[in-house]
Ligand binder design. Structure first.
Ligand code: CA
Length: 225
């Protein structure tokens, strides 16, 4: 099982650092953003498994970030961190599409319990096998099948296909793919995406099966019939 990737959007440096250290200690992969704009950008580009989102942020507020992510179809679990504990604000946060909120100051135990609960919920919805049409990929065994036909993939091809399969019918930009599959610090030729998409198509369509990975010219790719 890969470690869950959590984005922490929090402008109070000390609190952000505390959360980062504790969650890393628990084995999670953490990215921190200190303001609303970078929080929203990173949320869109890195597609985290969960977002801990401060309410009051410079730039764009937590609930506004929530709303914008939901508008673009994101289902990532979002837990709002808020100092405001009156009822109307909780409703505002949940209306904006947050899954939960934690009132500051919170205990570490409470934070970890909420994180585990929300990650568990998505893991239950996303078991080991990803499927789209006659294509299936098993994280645990790293097997890929098209119908009954077993397909051998290299590690990178597997990562790329896994990313596409976890976002069916969603257009993924070249930037998103590069960042998720090759990493933030990838400095090589960005044509690498085209090259790997071609390898994948060759393998997935070896028996003349219909194309599943479609090109969106000038934007990126989408897994679609
Ligand atoms: Ca704040």
């Amino acid at each position: 099982m890969k470690p869950a990737r959590i984005l922490v959007v929090e402008d109070e440096a000390k609190l952000a650092q505390f959360i980062e250290l504790e969650l890393k200690y628990e084995g999670y992969e953490i990215t921190v953003a200190n303001d609303g704009v970078s929080g929203l950008t990173i949320a869109r580009e890195s597609d985290p498994d969960l977002i801990l989102l401060d309410w009051m942020l410079p730039g764009i507020s937590g609930p506004e970030i929530c709303k914008r992510l939901r508008q673009t179809g994101s289902k990532v679990p979002i837990v709002l961190l808020t100092a405001k504990d009156d009822i109307s604000d909780r409703v505002t946060g949940l209306d904006a599409g947050a899954d939960d909120y934690i009132v500051k100051p919170f205990s570490l135990d409470e934070l970890l319990a909420r994180v585990r609960a929300h990650l568990r919920r998505t893991q239950e919805e996303n078991p080991d096998v990803l499927q789209f049409g006659d294509l299936s990929l098993n994280y645990a065994t790293r097997e890929v099948f098209r119908g009954d036909r077993s397909i051998e993939l290299t590690a990178k091809e597997f990562d790329l296909l896994e990313y596409l399969l976890s976002h069916p019918r969603q257009v993924l930009t070249r930037e998103q793919i590069l960042e998720r599959v090759w990493g933030y610090d990838f400095m090589g030729d960005s044509n690498i995406i085209e090259v790997y998409i071609r390898y994948l198509r060759l393998k997935l369509e070896a028996q003349k099966e219909p194309r599943l990975i479609q090109t969106i010219r000038g934007v990126g790719y989408v897994l679609r019939d």
